[in-house]
Write a protein that binds this ligand. Sequence first.
Ligand code: PPS
Length: 574
Amino acid sequence: MSDHLIAPHGGTLVNLVGDADRAAELKAAAADWPSWDLTPRQICDIELLMNGAFSPLQTFLGQADYENVCAQMRLADGTIWPMPVCLDLPEELANSVNGQSLALRDLEGVILAVLHVDDVYTPDREAEAQQVFGTTNPEHPGVAHLLQRTNPCYVSGRLEGMALPHHYDFRTLRQTPAEVRDQFQKMGWTKIVAFQTRNPMHRAHQEITLRAAKDVGANLLIHPVVGLTKPGDVDHYTRTRAYQSLLPTYPHNTAALSLLNLAMRMGGPREAVWHAIIRKNHGCTHFIVGRDHAGPADRSGKAFYGPYDAQELLAKYQDEIGVSMVPFQMMVYVEEQAAYVPQDQVPEGARVLNISGTELRKRLNEGRDLPEWFTFPDIVKELRKSYPPRHKQGFTVFFTGLSGSGKSTIANVLLVKLLEMGGRPVSILDGDVVRKHLSSELGFSKEHRDINIRRIGYVASEVTKNGGIAICAPIAPYDQTRKDVRAMIEEGGGFILVHVATSLEECEARDRKGFYAKARAGIIKEFTGISDPYEEPHDAEMVIQTEDLTAEEAAQEIILHLEREGYIGPESDI
Ligand code: PPS
């Protein structure tokens, strides 16, 4: 490691991965030890502990360090450390492994490390949320994770690494801090400004990074987080391809790109201090902090932190940490000057252009133009590949309604009409048919109905994610289950809930399968509408009254709705 590079936090770059002999020894011994399958968050944390990105941490925080970090942003020895990095376990396991060695496995069961546990404690997670995030509001993603998805006990002890988690994507960009430092040394870089991001970069970001590097006379490390970010963020594959396409827009040999497998906490000011320390460990001397750094907002759009809180906090600690902050105002495009300008330097009355993240998504969805002043053509190309306009996205039409309401008939007409149009593949998941194949062992209890609907939702979400059309037609009597399925499918495309609102009287009068008579007679138990509940949806995109419409007319109404919403249209393949 070069003497010319900034020293890591705490003075030494930690490396917890032992040699091959020790790893083999541990692997053999671990066969008899208790083991824990690490969560995705814990896998990110353990990678950064093992490779030294979290130097000087040598393991997950023990109780004394944890309490000090929460209360004072310092480890027990006084070193600045703003974010708890803890191994959370269920109570029973945590208590049973005290004084023992615990094998820590990845999602496939490979042992990554061994923790020799000698510290088990039960944190006050509400207090942690308040101290670290300044709130206990579960709309804050860091708080939600802490209060809803974190196990109740934390454990610590000596951590022995065996292997870093394996990544198969963008392998040349996945460097350890030691490898990043090596690269800087080879290139003769000593002054390096780091840029942290969890979003695609557009012209405003390029302008900020260029200016920052120029202002402090440094080289640039674009250091995006590809571990865990905020739900709803653009996936890291798309972002990384976009960063790669941006790199040639910087002066030759002045900018580098490397990926950081960090699990963000979205902790605003404390997170900014943490980010700066992590970059110091990668050999960076400067760190860019813009507006709203790692700061989330609540459901109403209100930010949890002030726009420049992160800058204020890091300003207080930067000298002690030894990394200089490069603060930036939000950059906006001033039309008359045809240039990006910090928001506080916009001339009076000048016309300012900006495209928000929401507006960007909307334009991508509608296949509308993204102007040259906003971003680069290659980045638009990458975003369009992953976020095609609606008429090229997959979607699910999810029918719900009583038995005999006409769901299957309308679904089958819709299927034929969509097939006639051609283009995207269409799959139908009809209630009766699914129960023959996918759910043949299930009955009609609430538990079984929920499993059935979640299976249908899962298959539909796969079809949708891959650009196809899924038509589902189960009864789906429970509101929460329908909502869960909607959330799952909307991650990868469109979801249109169609309530076939034929009344119980009408369904019973038709009684096409003779089931209602049997249900009344008590021969069929738990029959929806008779002896089992049906929760009417209040969030349906369409309500179909079959008393007034033929199945063909109903299907046509749905086609028109899909057209209005942009899922099918003149330029669409379908
Ligand atoms: S659910 O609640 O969504 O899981 O139901 P679903 O998979 O759509 O299955 C409904 C079909 O099963 C037949 N059937 C019953 N329906 C409701 N309650 C009870 N107890 C019951 N027993 C059998 C019925 O034919 C349903 O088909 P459709 O096409 O809806 O009439």
